[in-house]
Design a protein around this ligand. Sequence first.
Ligand SMILES: [Zn+2]
Length: 334
Amino acid sequence: MMKATVDPSIADFIQSLPKTETHLHIEGAVPWELLQETFPGEFESIPEAWAPDFQYKSFTQFEDEVLSYAYRYYTSPERYHESAKRVFQSHLDQNVRYVETSFHLGILERIGGAGPDIVDAIKSAVPEGLEVRLFMGMLRNHYQGDLIPLMDEIHTWEGLDGIDMHGHETIPWAAWAGDLWQRVREAGKFTKSHAGEFEGAKDVNTALDLLGTRRIQHGLGAAYDKATFQRLLDEEIALDMCPVSNVKLRSVENVKKHPIREFFDAGVTVTVSTDDPTVFGNDLVHEYDLLMSHLNFTKKEVIQVARNGFQVALVEDSTRHAWLSELDQIELTL
Ligand SMILES: [Zn+2]
């Protein structure tokens, strides 16, 4: 079993680009070596899912796998800190300058303790040279029982930059989410939402209408409905896409049918990220290589995808322009 290999000249080019990662679950990113160190004698062989042609049978099978790492490893703020340190170092190693990552409310619910401690644990792991924005992710049915008082306070958590609605898309949307998303925005934080990974255009429209967010994680479903596709353009909605994840989870029939090509050609702001790299065995080189090797993206077009990541980044314009001008310089050498 091996991770996908990438043509060295393509890999070098992708490596040379300043990049972003704006769709990353910290629980799905716990480094494999860290699992091996933490649980000696376990996690000895790398997951079957790292094989380039592997596809999950169902979302549930994927969820079980990610939770089997996440529940085992993430039991304290200290564990989040240790993992985040290594994840962020791997970003620097990949020439990534800006990251948006989320931690999952379901883990906090399981381990107990205070959410702000996890926020501090992750934020204090950010190295020099990397900008990180941290989100708390939750499910469409999380607002109940003991979680309600906690969720009603999220907007006051210092250091938390925003919230994200995670999959599972078969759970019905509920009105509470609209109120929470608005409250969080009014507190000066940023909001986004997973939608349209499996459930089509209607799911994307509901996320936009109910939550009022301008950033959709995945959003593939919008490609299959003309009006929704146009809506992305009219309302300048950006999609943080994860093509390797979409292929391995069968959100698309095959890699050639991934709609990122159509979105990009029409002028939708699309970015690429790894989603859950411990589960899929991918990194950003794999994501960009997929665009180049299977969807005919040119070097120039790949630079534009990298540029999109900096366009959506939650930073001062002066920082953004410095990153963008690095990409401009690279483009001039093509
Ligand atoms: Zn995701």
